[in-house]
Design a protein around this ligand. Structure first.
Ligand SMILES: O=C(O)CCC(=O)C(=O)O
Ligand SMILES: [Fe+2]
Ligand SMILES: [Zn+2]
Length: 693
């Protein structure tokens, strides 16, 4: 054989080695799809293929995948289930599907700056789970193409941003301008007897007349708020103050689309895509009870083919074809009618006209006694608080804890690590030889991770969208103590174990009830003296978490086995005094938000906050606004608090369950298939290293 011949044989051998490798990986992928996703692949060619690694969950955009698939043949449909690591493609002919299989299997696809290797397998049928459509909130209507592109341009040109007041300009997270009446973000209300000199711009008249004519409103609005959001900006979830405005609220979206999220106090969430030139009409339940907000982010997940119908109450489009949509500059015109009488809506629990100022302040929450209560408690006293305090919180979380670092450094290079509840990502870059991904319930914190260049996504620790047995290690630092029932804490540990590979390690830190251990006070307690020296504490500091002196009365997971009724009165959560010993295991820990600007410069935490009181504000550098929304109630998570100098500092309360000695190990023993390798006390925290069997 000549030299070329030898080279050819070698090349062929290399190729077949490559082919074998691809085949092996493809088989592994179809096995995983079956085992973890219930997707059945078929050895026989068909028109449909499942594309492993080509999912929205792999950050692959619909555009990129669809372009690659269309290059090969006549694509009939592409289904990308949200958050899943795969997609389904159906070609018009089996021949094209075969071609796609031959050409794309094992090939890399670049999408959004990442490269993924695709593995294709045939499927007999395309599974479309989660297709069930979600109803719009009652009273909500979306009218698409309500204004023409010409009207849109006219309206946009009518806003003279140069004449915004200082307070309006100072809003960090979006621009606002008010007409008719000024909306005051310090008290979340309007001065009804002080109309602005200029009424609504006359460019709006034609649109409003159309609304009247179509029966959307019965009287013309007299107040207009124009919000302008750049990509990455948003508005926190809130209910427009009942006592300020009448029932119907109209919001016209111009310039770019965005997803507005509606949330019911029972936890239901409905994302609504607002296309440019559409009109959103909020009435009744959707106006009075559901919160609405726009998450500050640069991309939205939207249906690939948006519904063009203008049905009075359309379903939210199904999940069958979601895609990422880059945000542009969106300007909204929100038209409202000032209310001159107290509100007498059908939703007293959400109504600031009922009960006046004092009763607007809810009493502290109780320990939850069912799953729904627990979820609500955590939503209000954990999730919303972190979103609101994200920037300030992050600025206090810079030093990684040494023993967590030792754990991370001990992992072999190339290990896949998940940081579940990664906060600002301070552990994601500790060991650069690891492949790390973080997730956190707080979008604002995840955004901080992203800004730092880390891979992180928003996820609840009870349901992490990572494949079973996909991680060599995971960490959960100061997270599980935020779950308010034993079952939920157990579920959080179970979820960590689920994503671990056999033999994989999990490091868990929770705040300890015992802040004094081996006669050593934790840093959290020791810092008490600093405060007396004039240093104001913000909340729980970096190396801190919880003391012990007196035995507690209320407390403990053990208590939770009591019936609801037993806990009714005694079960109210107490507010902890920072840097003192704990006297309860379930408590609210105050966070004093720093970053106060002058009044009126920022928005208050709670749209129901009592009129005339100084209102809380957020650290203006945060990507979330300060308004942690009220749900059905005024948000008790943030309260105005007088501080020296006469300005109000907001105080947020985070729920904690602090662990007693042995409790964490006991909890972990409740999870099958895992063993406690070590456990220790570290600066006021109880810690375990678990190993999956
Ligand atoms: O931008 C929007 O469509 C909503 C604005 C809004 O909710 C408000 O200003 O109260
Ligand atoms: Fe609003
Ligand atoms: Zn009301």
């Amino acid at each position: 054989m000549d030299r070329d011949g030898v080279n050819n044989v070698r090349a062929a051998a290399r190729r077949s080695k490559e082919d074998k490798k691809v085949l092996k990986k493809q088989l592994k992928a179809s096995h995983t799809l079956l085992k973890h996703e219930g997707v059945n692949t078929s050895p026989h060619p068909s028109r449909s293929v499942v594309v492993a690694n080509g999912g929205l969950g792999n950050a692959v955009s619909r555009e990129d995948l669809s372009a690659a698939l269309k290059q090969i043949g006549d694509l009939e449909s592409l289904l990308m289930p949200p958050q899943k690591p795969y997609a389904f493609a159906t070609y018009r002919s089996e021949d094209d599907a075969r071609k796609a299989h031959a050409q794309l299997n094992g090939q890399k696809l670049e999408s959004g700056g990442n490269a993924v290797t695709l593995y294709l397998s045939y499927v007999d049928s395309v599974k479309n789970e989660g297709e069930a459509s979600v109803r719009f909130p009652e009273g909500l209507t979306l009218l698409e193409d309500f204004v023409s592109p010409e009207e849109e341009a006219l309206l946009l040109a009518a806003v003279d941003w140069s004449t915004s007041t200082e307070a309006q300009k100072a809003l960090k997270h979006r621009k606002v301008k008010h007409y008719g009446f000024e909306f005051r973000y310090d008290n979340n209300n309007v001065d009804k007897d002080k109309p602005l000199p200029a009424g609504l711009p006359q460019e709006c008249l034609a649109v409003l007349q159309r609304c009247l004519h179509d029966g959307l409103i019965s009287v013309l609005p007299d107040q207009l708020t124009v919000n302008q959001y750049e990509a990455g900006q948003g508005i926190p979830p809130h209910v427009d103050t009942h006592s300020a405005f009448e029932d119907t609220i109209l919001s016209l979206s111009l310039g770019a689309k965005a997803v507005m999220e509606f949330r019911h106090p029972d936890g239901r969430a409905v994302p609504v895509v607002l296309p440019e030139r559409s009109l959103l009409v909020m009435k009744r339940e959707s106006r009075y009870l559901w919160t609405h907000g726009i998450t500050p982010r640069k991309f939205d997940l939207v249906p690939a083919c948006e519904p063009r119908s203008a049905a009075p109450e359309p379903d939210v489009s199904s999940h069958s074809g979601l895609t990422l949509s880059k945000r542009g500059t969106r300007t909204s015109f929100t038209f409202r009618k000032i209310r001159h009488q107290p509100c007498c809506c059908a939703f007293p629990s959400a109504c600031d006209s009922r009960g006046g100022n004092a009763s607007c302040r809810p009493s502290p929450p109780s320990l939850p006694c069912c799953h729904g209560d627990a979820a609500r408690l955590e939503e209000e006293y954990v999730h919303r608080v972190y979103d609101a305090i994200a920037a300030h919180f992050s600025s206090t979380r810079h030093t990684p804890w040494p023993r967590v670092c030792s754990f991370l450094s001990s992992l072999p290079p190339g290990s896949v690590l998940a940081d579940v509840g990664c906060g600002n990502g301070k552990y994601l870059g500790v060991n650069p030889q690891l492949v790390t991904v973080g997730c956190d319930r707080s979008g604002a914190l995840v955004q901080i991770c992203a800004d730092r260049g880390f891979h992180a996504f928003v996820s609840d620790a009870l349901s992490v969208p990572l494949r079973t047995a996909s991680c060599d290690a995971c960490i959960s630092i100061a997270v599980i103590h935020h779950f308010s029932t034993q079952e939920r804490r157990l579920a959080a540990v179970r979820e960590l174990v689920r994503i671990l590979k056999p033999g994989g390690l999990a490091l868990i830190y929770v705040w300890a009830y015992e802040q004094e251990y081996n006669k050593q006070k934790s840093k959290y307690l020791r810092d008490h003296s600093k405060q007396h020296n004039g240093e104001k504490s913000t909340g729980v500091p970096e190396e801190s978490r919880g003391p012990h002196t007196e035995p507690n009365v209320l407390t403990s997971s053990r208590l939770e086995s009591k019936h609801c009724g037993d806990l009714k009165d005694e079960g109210k959560l107490s507010v902890h005094t920072n840097r003192t010993a704990f006297n309860s295991q379930d408590l609210l820990v105050p966070w004093h938000l720093k970053g106060r600007k002058t009044q009126g410069e920022e928005e208050s935490c709670c749209r129901f906050s009592s009129r005339g009181e100084p209102s809380p504000v957020s650290d203006s550098s945060t990507s979330s606004d300060s308004r942690t929304s009220p749900n059905s109630k005024p948000s008790p998570t943030a309260d105005a608090n007088q501080v020296p100098g006469g300005t109000a500092a907001p105080v947020f309360h985070r729920y904690y369950h602090v662990f007693q000695q042995g409790e964490l190990e006991e909890l972990c023993c409740g999870v099958n298939g895992v063993g406690v390798q070590t456990s220790y006390h570290d600066q006021g925290n109880w810690c375990v290293v678990l190993q999956k069997e």
